[in-house]
Design a protein around this ligand. Structure first.
Ligand code: PGA
Length: 328
């Protein structure tokens, strides 16, 4: 009895002694693992960030960060505070969006996160949405497949876009657009003139591949496994642009999403190879945890995206034409 009364007092004193400002500053500092970068993001000084974090730590009664060398890390208490802090801030975002909706306005925050490969077409699809709903404050984070799943685990965003979602019961998956993966070589490669080249012959060439954790890499690994061909990776690069440049420079061949070839200058220097069983057919998908209550901005965006991509894909004979329609 005694201890629960003490807990209630502790709770009371916490809700009275911490402020929203402190939580916002702490969240930014924890996300960046840096007081300086948090200060830059929030347009305040670095001592202001230190002071707010110090007051929050005093209210909690435990240190929230520890310094190792030049870097700061969250303590266990800091991680707990961060978790709760995000829930509180997201709750307020949702409230803001709901209030706007009650007032008949489509406004509020929309947090999207997408795999790096989507940056070649997603902004094009976002433009009409932003024009339709100018009151929606949009943020879009690009990162690779594995980092995106880590963001979803931490509940950092409303919707996530990738092409090979994990096979999990607790995740809602909505396919919306074709994502054909093509094999490329430099324009003057002998394979450029070949027709219906065998996958085995292609696999003999030095292969340039995305980093571990990339969705593209997972798709290619799965594809080679299905065809029972050993995948030999000669060069590993962390971006689609770097891969294209390496292929143009004749360092090897690669397999990448056709969406990444949206620049005509790049296309001129590359050849899309005609290989048996290619392209590899995949779909872009919007995913989110089933238990997540989507803010109205997110459900409006999802509805918009499904409708727009349906219009875009209508009357196209194959996925290649869908991608080309986005290039021009
Ligand atoms: P990636 O993901 O950008 O991490 O390679 C691509 C995909 O999911 O298809």
């Amino acid at each position: 009895m005694k201890s629960s009364l003490a807990e209630i007092r502790q709770k009371d004193s916490l809700s009275k002694s911490i402020t929203l400002d402190q939580l916002q500053v702490f969240e930014a500092a924890a996300r960046h693992c840096s007081f300086t970068r948090a200060a830059e993001e929030l347009f305040v000084t670095q001592p202001t960030v230190s002071m707010q974090v110090k007051h929050l730590a005093q209210a909690i009664g435990m240190p929230l960060f520890e310094q190792v060398g030049k870097r700061v890390y969250l303590t266990q208490a800091g991680q707990e505070v961060l978790h709760t802090c995000r829930e509180i801030l997201q709750c307020l975002d949702r409230l803001e969006t709901t209030i706007f909706d009650l007032k008949g306005m489509k406004q509020g925050r929309l947090r999207l996160a997408a795999v790096t490969t989507t940056k070649y077409f997603l902004p094009k699809l976002l433009k009409p949405f932003c024009q339709l709903y100018p009151g929606v404050k949009l943020s879009l984070e690009f990162t690779n497949h594995d980092a995106l799943l880590a963001r979803m685990h931490e509940n950092l965003d409303d919707l996530y876009i990738m092409s090979c979602p994990p096979n999990r019961e607790d995740i809602e998956v909505q396919p919306f657009l074709a994502n054909p993966l093509v094999a490329i070589a430099c324009a003057n490669h002998p394979f450029a003139k070949e027709r219906n080249l065998s996958l085995k012959a292609f696999a003999q060439e030095p292969l340039i591949m995305r980093e571990e954790g990339s969705g593209t890499r997972k798709i290619v690994e799965q594809f080679f496994k299905q065809h029972q061909i050993d995948l030999q990776i000669n060069i590993e690069l962390g971006s689609n642009e770097a891969i294209q440049q390496a292929v143009i420079d004749g360092l090897g061949v690669a397999i990448i999403s056709m969406h990444t070839l949206n620049c005509s200058e790049v296309r001129k220097q590359l050849a899309i190879l005609d290989i048996e069983t290619f392209p590899i057919h995949h779909q872009w998908q919007v995913i989110f945890p089933k238990k997540k209550q989507l803010p109205i901005t997110a459900s409006t965006f999802l509805e918009y995206l499904l409708k727009e991509s349906q219009i875009l894909s209508a009357n196209k004979e194959n996925p290649t034409q869908v991608v080309e329609a986005l290039w021009f």
